[in-house]
Write a protein that binds this ligand. Structure first.
Ligand SMILES: C[S@@+](CC[C@H](N)C(=O)[O-])C[C@H]1O[C@@H](n2cnc3c(N)ncnc32)[C@H](O)[C@@H]1O
Length: 238
């Protein structure tokens, strides 16, 4: 079991061998969510993992729907929700690729949709045996990001907001172009340069090749260490 502190709230989590466990960035993401979630709000998280951010929302009184492509994540989140003594009737966790588990009556129903999205480039092996295998997000690692940008307005109430992470690894230029196309109102709410974690090192040549091709830096080197730039972006469904 582990505990994570976000905005002076403690979140207790059962561990799982292949479900994503919170990194420091989840705490940063949580701080941004903490300022946006209010009692009784109806929220949706894509990519719940251990449930750390969903539980944060639950502790603030939100009604939380949470999806993950990992077949064990929903069950883990339910157990973690209970571990934090939250009311079971206020959460609904299920396995889903992006928004696919939603039905017509869910259209325009959420006030906040977010994803601490996976960003590994490439397709997963058929047999996903490591937690990183669930982080594979297609060409340039953009699958979840692009879907968040292009599909979330359908599920948001007017005035509702979408928050997601985008990184320089995925092409910040493409992200801005797509945001400008689909959101009349959007902004960057947080930017951070983050040391490239060891699990990304296998892709360094891939990103350098991309950079050569489209003249846009994906990762950058400082004192012999590789970094990526993270952007937390927020769109408002005008
Ligand atoms: C970076 S982890 C974030 C987990 C958790 N929200 C956190 O902040 O620690 C991304 C999560 O997205 C899930 N995921 C990957 N592809 C997905 C997809 N197509 N649809 C839904 N969830 C997906 C992964 O299984 C993983 O749990």
């Amino acid at each position: 079991m582990l505990s994570v502190e976000i905005c002076e709230q403690n979140i207790h989590l059962h561990d799982h061998p292949t479900v994503w466990m919170p990194t420091e960035f989840a705490q940063l993401f949580g701080k941004v969510l903490d300022q946006r979630i209010e009692d009784d709000m109806k929220v949706l998280e894509i990519g719940i993992g251990s449930g750390v951010l969903a539980i944060l929302a639950g502790q603030k009184g939100a009604h939380v729907t949470g999806f993950d492509i990992h077949p064990d994540a929903a069950d883990l989140c339910e157990r973690n929700w209970e571990l934090n003594q939250l009311d079971k009737s206020l959460c609904h966790f299920t396995e889903s690729d992006m928004f696919s588990a939603l039905q017509n009556h869910h259209e325009n129903s959420f006030e906040l949709v977010w994803s601490n999205a996976p960003t590994f480039p490439g397709e997963p092996d058929e047999e996903r045996s490591h937690r990183n295998d669930f982080e594979m997000a297609g060409e340039e690692g953009r699958y979840v990001l692009d879907n968040m940008i292009t599909e979330s307005t359908k599920w948001l109430k007017k005035g509702g907001r979408m928050v997601t992470v985008a990184t320089s690894k995925q092409s910040w230029r493409k992200t801005q172009e797509l945001m400008n196309k689909h959101w009349s109102q959007w902004e960057v709410v947080l930017t951070q340069d983050l040391l490239l974690a060891d699990h990304y090192h296998a892709y360094i040549d891939y990103w350098l090749e991309k950079e050569k091709h489209d003249e846009e830096a994906r990762i950058f080197e400082v004192d012999g260490e590789w970094y990526q730039r993270l952007y937390l972006i927020e769109g408002t469904h005008a």
